[in-house]
Design a protein around this ligand. Structure first.
Ligand code: AMP
Length: 471
């Protein structure tokens, strides 16, 4: 157990001004299931009351027809929470709902606040009592202590003392507020269905509910949707955007447009570049499905080597990465992937994956491919070595667990048992950008350069209360 961790990569969706708001939020959460599988929730508003439902598990498990029928109103926000190695607690599931200024307030947050613990200690010293261990609650306490006369002012005031990553949605009975941190670490997009406003993490959610993509919610932007219209402003000091490059590498769905670019296209370009940087004589390019598929296609196109599926994925298991024990993780890869002898027999294969973190997945895959008949296995990774943990919302292991933080490429090759191993270069990572570019990305996991100072520095709160779950 890594402690009760603050960091969460999550999915958020909000719909304002639509008679089927909760149903649309529900479908949006379905599209964003890859961003979080630990729990889900929706809060709706009918202009008078807030209605809330949250639960542990996948979206399909949390909601049913009866629950959705009771989430009435023309506004709703939803949240998918990422599964981490820590506890699965219902009280940490979002949207949070609190009584606030004579009404209800709901909050959905994607990202990680890097001074949450510091702020929490200050707030506790002044008498705040926290209900959960999630950093989002800090924002609510800051809002309660703020002097602004309305919700928007208080939210802006609270967020001004928060550092790190937040793509946030607030909902009270009259309005939905979206806020994105000035660095724009995590994605957030604006869409519309006729006059209804939709704000969500990725465009794949807009596609599913038939919403038109309007634009990104800009870094540092606050959007307020009310029943009399929408307005936008920039209350925070300007900062150079540092959008998360790992959203392109792994996290987002390939059919989404993230930070203004198709994730699928970016991944293909990374694969092409990888083929130019690290060619190898082989018979076949195969992906590690699903996340390695677009990069493997790019590699195959560029290298003119055949593409095929040498590994088949069972789609009914979750992401194995999250298993806390090494032994279980080894087993997990087998649960998820199986080698196809008819494709691999006697072949020299290039196997492409999007990232290498601990190296345990690659090690298992290489062994599996050899057992499946491959005579040579060349591992190609369409991102640079992961050397630093993420403090801005992606669940990565500690630095000690990141194999590339303490081992050379050759040592890793030996560990995973491949005939050769190559990573994409740091320059190669930005091949997708038209140059020169003023856009900025956070690549702290690859470069070790952290754009926003982390004062909690991975410190996590000691867990003091366990929830005992009944059946
Ligand atoms: P590892 O065995 O730790 O090297 O895991 C590498 C695999 O985990 C790759 O196939 C990636 O697609 C996947 N992966 C990388 N980062 C994450 C993450 N934050 N959450 C879940 N899976 C990940």
């Amino acid at each position: 157990m890594k402690g009760d961790r603050f960091q969460d990569e999550c999915g958020v969706v909000g719909v304002f001004g639509h008679p089927e708001a909760a149903n649309l939020a529900y479908l949006g959460l379905y599209a964003l299931q890859h961003r979080g599988q630990e729990g889900a929730g929706i809060v709706s508003s009918d202009g008078q009351l807030l209605m809330s439902h949250r639960g542990l598990g996948l979206v399909a498990d949390v909601f049913d027809r009866d629950v959705l029928r009771r989430l009435v109103g023309d506004a709703a926000i939803g949240h998918n929470r990422y599964s981490t190695a820590g506890q699965t607690l219902l009280k940490n599931t979002q949207p949070f709902v609190v009584e606030f200024g004579g009404g209800g307030l709901a909050v959905s947050h994607n990202g990680n606040i890097v001074n949450a613990l510091e702020l929490r200690e200050q707030l506790e010293a002044r008498g705040s009592i926290f209900h959960s261990s999630v950093d989002t609650e800090v924002i609510i306490h800051l809002m309660a202590a703020a002097v602004g006369k309305n919700l928007v002012d208080r939210a802006s005031e609270a967020l001004a003392s928060v550092r790190g990553a937040y793509s946030l949605l607030f909902l009270d009975r009259d309005q939905m507020i979206a806020a994105r941190d000035p660095n724009g670490f995590r994605p957030l997009v604006l869409g519309k269905i006729k006059d209804a406003v939709v704000i969500t993490s990725e465009t794949c959610a807009l596609d599913l509910i038939g919403a038109e993509y309007v634009r990104e919610v800009e870094p540092g932007e606050v959007i307020v949707a009310t029943r009399s219209g929408m307005r936008s402003f920039y209350p925070f000091p300007e900062s150079k955007p540092t959008r998360c490059v790992f959203e392109y590498v792994y996290f987002s769905r390939p059919d989404s447009t993230v930070f203004g670019r198709s994730v699928y296209q970016v991944r293909k370009v990374l694969g092409r570049r990888l083929a130019r940087e690290s060619p190898v004589e082989a018979d076949l390019v195969i992906p590690v499905p699903d996340s390695g598929v677009p990069a493997a296609l790019g590699y195959s196109e560029e290298s003119k080597l055949d593409f095929d599926f040498g590994l088949i994925r069972n789609h009914y298991v979750g992401r194995t990465f999250i298993e806390p024990q090494d032994e279980i993780r080894h087993f997990g890869v087998k649960v998820k992937l199986n080698a196809q002898r008819q494709v691999l027999e006697g072949k020299r294969v290039v196997v492409v994956d999007d990232s290498l973190v601990r190296g345990t997945t690659s090690r298992k895959i290489v062994a599996m491919l050899r057992q499946g008949g491959a005579v040579e296995v060349h591992m190609r990774i369409s991102s640079p070595p992961t050397i630093g943990p993420c403090f801005y919302g992606v669940d990565t292991p500690t630095r000690e667990e990141l194999v590339a933080s303490s081992h050379s490429v050759e040592q890793i090759r030996e560990y995973i048992g491949a005939d050769s191993l190559a990573f994409l270069s740091e320059e190669g990572l930005y091949d997708f950008l038209p140059k020169p570019s003023s856009e900025g990305y956070c690549d702290a996991c690859f470069s070790g350069r952290y754009p926003v100072r982390v004062s909690d520095d991975g410190r996590s709160r000691q867990l003091v209360l366990f929830e005992v779950k009944g059946r």
